[in-house]
Design a protein around this ligand. Structure first.
Ligand SMILES: [Zn+2]
Length: 63
């Protein structure tokens, strides 16, 4: 039972990650990649290198 719950949790996270990647690809297509979703500021390249699915700048992260 516990194994099944863990497998479901893993699956849930993978689906979430997949959605984030799809979102990032969509933004590349729309030429909107690399900009904060909230304030439209350019995102730090170093952060995009670490996580290309990042959608918010440092200032908007906690909002
Ligand atoms: Zn922002």
């Amino acid at each position: 039972m516990q194994n099944q719950q863990m497998a479901q949790e893993t699956l849930r996270r993978r689906r979430q990650q997949l959605q984030r990647v799809e979102g990032a690809l969509q933004r590349i297509e729309l030429d909107d990649f690399g900009y904060c979703a909230l304030c439209d500021k350019e995102l730090d390249n170093r952060r995009l290198d670490i996580d290309p699915t990042t959608t918010r700048c440092i200032e908007c992260l906690d909002l």
